[in-house]
Design a protein around this ligand. Structure first.
Ligand SMILES: *Cc1c(COP(=O)(O)O)cnc(C)c1O
Ligand SMILES: [Zn+2]
Length: 417
């Protein structure tokens, strides 16, 4: 049941600019193949008749569905019962001072139902799949998109088929199994999981939730940008920092911010600082070169959610960062790890390695003069620290063991002085 949606004018290919009608192509541009990522385009004049700052002020729905006017679904669609979005901002004045910034905010997206940003995409993607009457859904992922899809598929009563690299953190695999997905631990890298999943989609006809391939998922991810705009209205940051893997998150946040400017909720846009790990930085290289040629690398970083050697949505991300006047920088794994306790101690927000990667990158950007003294920065912490306790433990070292005696406590206190 693919009813036409008046507010969607079409889906445009990022490579050849061909436009397809809503419902004509579900995934990528048939002319350009899998690289031909589509982008959903809207009739913003039509949307503006009901959507804008005052409509938002009157809306009591504190989830991403408050932005349903800007989502590619009918306004009366029934959303999942799991609440996603409208995640809190935490201000960290001490960190701002330490870094020489004017203001520093963290958006705590690890508070979503399956504990990562990916819930934004799953919530919208599963709702669309259900609207299309699909019963089976699949994705490949470094871990978070998978555990998120498994959760939303469970809620919707759909069967999920999940492909993750065998090296994915245990907590993320546990989520998959608990939610009852059929899990394929693929021997190899994320790229191998992605290809195996694509082949299965073609063979078995499952609905494909791979974020880069499925244009509707970026629409879910853009709600983070919509929220930043609404929550920071009148005090927009100069810079938004986020970790960059496939590129859907970066591209999505930018799309949301731009739409909020289009609808006059904000009057200025921040620059994007997108951060890759040094061991998985194909887009940082493309950015530095100034073109759109993306050369895959052998990815190797402990920030597993951005351990992506062949980004699937790189062009959208590059265009977003460039349009914003921002930059893509890289961060070393040790620097990323050191930010786990640093962020947690300064704000109470416990993030997985990828959730702090952009903070290690922020320090690099400050050194390079890409972010200047006194600027206002908002960081998106995209995943919860409990997702990867091994990474967290590496960032702090082992705890002290003692015999059960007060003497032992005294001794330990003494030696820790
Ligand atoms: C997926 C993910 C990212 C990066 O998103 P991309 O769309 O792959 O660039 C960042 N942080 C976390 C926690 C993620 O799971
Ligand atoms: Zn095309």
């Amino acid at each position: 049941m693919n009813r036409p949606l008046q507010k969607v004018t079409g889906l445009r290919c990022v490579l050849c600019s061909a436009v397809y009608a809503h419902g004509e192509e579900e995934y990528t541009c048939p002319r350009c193949g899998i690289e031909g990522i589509l982008d959903v385009e809207y009739d913003h004049e039509l949307i503006a008749r009901t959507f804008g700052a005052s409509a938002l002020e009157a809306d009591r729905d504190l989830s991403l569905w408050r932005y349903r006017a800007l989502l590619p679904l009918p306004d009366d669609v029934v959303p999942p019962r799991l609440q996603v979005g409208f995640t809190p901002l935490v201000e960290a004045p001490a960190l701002a001072k330490e870094l020489g910034l004017g203001v520093f905010f963290v958006k705590d997206d690890g508070r979503n139902p399956t504990a990562s940003f990916k819930d934004r995409a799953s919530s919208v993607g599963v709702t669309r799949a259900r609207w299309l009457g699909r019963k089976e859904i699949t994705c490949s992922s470094t871990g978070n998109a998978a555990s998120s899809l498994a959760g939303f598929a469970a809620e919707a009563g759909m069967k999920a088929f999940i492909f993750v690299p065998a090296s994915a953190p245990e907590a993320k695999i546990a989520q998959l199994l608990v939610y009852g997905a059929m899990v394929f631990l693929v021997e190899g890298l994320y790229e191998d999981a992605f290809k195996t999943c694509q082949a299965s989609v073609e063979a078995f006809g499952w609905y494909n939730r791979n974020c880069a391939i499925n244009p509707y998922l970026v629409e879910g991810k853009k709600t983070c940008g919509l929220e930043i705009a609404e929550q920071m209205r009148g005090r927009m940051p100069d810079v938004v920092t986020v970790a960059l893997g496939d590129g859907c998150t970066t591209a999505g946040i930018w799309k949301g911010l731009v739409e909020m400017k289009r609808h006059a909720v904000i009057d200025r846009l921040p620059r994007l600082l997108a951060v890759q790990a040094e061991g998985a930085a194909p887009l940082a290289r493309t950015f530095a070169r100034g073109d759109e040629r993306i050369e895959p690398v052998e990815a190797n970083t402990l920030a597993d959610s951005i351990n992506v050697g062949a980004p699937r949505n790189g062009i959208k991300a590059l265009r977003a960062v460039r349009a914003s006047g921002g930059a893509i920088v890289t961060a070393r794994d040790e620097a990323i790890l050191s930010w786990i306790p640093r962020l947690a101690r300064a704000t109470g927000v416990f993030a997985e390695p990828t959730g702090v990667a952009a903070l290690a990158g922020l320090e690099v950007a400050i050194e390079k003069g890409l972010v200047r003294r006194g600027e206002r920065v908002l960081h998106v912490a995209t995943g919860n620290g409990l997702k990867d306790t091994r990474g967290a433990m590496r960032s702090v070292g082992p705890p002290m063991r003692i015999p059960p005696s007060l003497d032992a406590v005294r001794q330990a206190l003494e030696s820790s002085k």
